[in-house]
Design a protein around this ligand. Structure first.
Ligand SMILES: C[S@@+](CC[C@H](N)C(=O)[O-])C[C@H]1O[C@@H](n2cnc3c(N)ncnc32)[C@H](O)[C@@H]1O
Length: 278
């Protein structure tokens, strides 16, 4: 339900994530054995939209257990840095990097709040700042996030963001066809839910969560106000998971509305570059 932001929102969220890390590391959703054997964790549209990362430095904000971060390294990034506020997540990511034989200079992981990223990461800026699906909803202030993220982009480099579309959280949970929740709500969404998207039946005790929705226009405007130039904003008609029971799984692994149903965007992606001067 929408509610005032609890003072301890940060601790509530971190406890939730810390508890879910071992479940994610052991489960089929992230399938770490397959990942270590070479399976790519990145989505096909991300690979196309980010383009060739060979020889580039990449900072992944809110990297979770690092499978996306390390996938960028496997695609040729010269140096990847992952940041997350969950110590167990960062420890898991470090273990994966060791298993892949990637030294600290190629793949480093730091435990820090994203708001402290500028002080926490080893370098002052990166060719690519990347943030992936399910990250922004954990942050209360998208303008503050955009300033920090943009400050870490090297002149001539870019920020790339892939996210679930906030419109999906406004529609009814069954059919995704009726506007049910306010798109522009400023309140926190405060919830108690056991398990995790990676294992709905997992037994968990730290079940609180405090999240916020950020209209796409606010995200774009925040990035522009932080000095980045918007290269594109793409909206995608698919989701990574069955957000509504009516969605159908396609051979490409994405979930979409049946062909006879009007569509809404369920994910979006943004590329925003930092001009070489200015
Ligand atoms: C849904 S996960 C990101 C998922 C990622 N795309 C993946 O599938 O691996 C969100 C991550 O954000 C992290 N997180 C949440 N709030 C944060 C904050 N304030 N600072 C840093 N990390 C945070 C959580 O620990 C979690 O690992």
């Amino acid at each position: 339900m929408y509610a005032a932001t609890p003072d301890d929102w940060h601790e509530i969220n971190r406890a939730r994530w810390d508890e879910r890390v071992p479940i994610h590391a052991a489960g089929d959703f992230y399938d770490l054995d397959a990942f270590l054997a070479g399976q790519d964790a990145l989505r096909d549209f991300e690979l196309v939209e980010v383009g060739d990362v060979t020889g580039r430095s990449l900072l992944h904000l809110q990297c979770h257990i690092g499978v996306d971060t390390l996938s960028w390294a496997r695609h040729g990034a010269a140096q990847v840095v992952g940041l997350d506020f969950s110590e167990p997540a960062v420890e898991t990511a470090r273990g994966l990097a060791r298993s892949l034989g990637l030294p600290q200079e190629r793949a480093a992981f730091v435990t820090a709040d994203v708001h402290d990223a500028a002080q926490a990461v080893p370098d002052s800026s990166y060719d690519i700042v990347y943030t992936g699906l399910g990250a922004l909803n954990w942050l209360p202030d998208v303008c503050r996030w955009a300033e920090i993220a943009a400050s870490l982009v090297t002149p001539g480099g870019f920020l790339y963001l892939a996210e679930f579309h906030p419109l999906t959280d406004c529609m009814d949970d069954t059919n995704g066809s009726t506007v049910t929740y306010d798109y522009f709500s400023r309140d926190a969404w405060v919830d108690e839910s056991p398990g995790t998207y990676a294992d709905l039946d997992a037994v968990t005790v730290h079940n609180g969560s405090v999240e916020w929705q950020h209209p796409v226009g606010e995200v774009v405007s925040a990035l522009a106000a932080a000095g980045l130039r918007i290269e594109f904003l793409h909206e995608h008609d698919a989701s990574l998971f069955p957000r509504y029971p009516v969605l159908e799984r396609h051979p490409d692994g994405y979930y979409r509305f049946p062909a006879d149903r009007p569509r809404i965007p369920m994910m979006y992606s943004i590329k925003a570059s930092r001009p070489v001067s200015g």
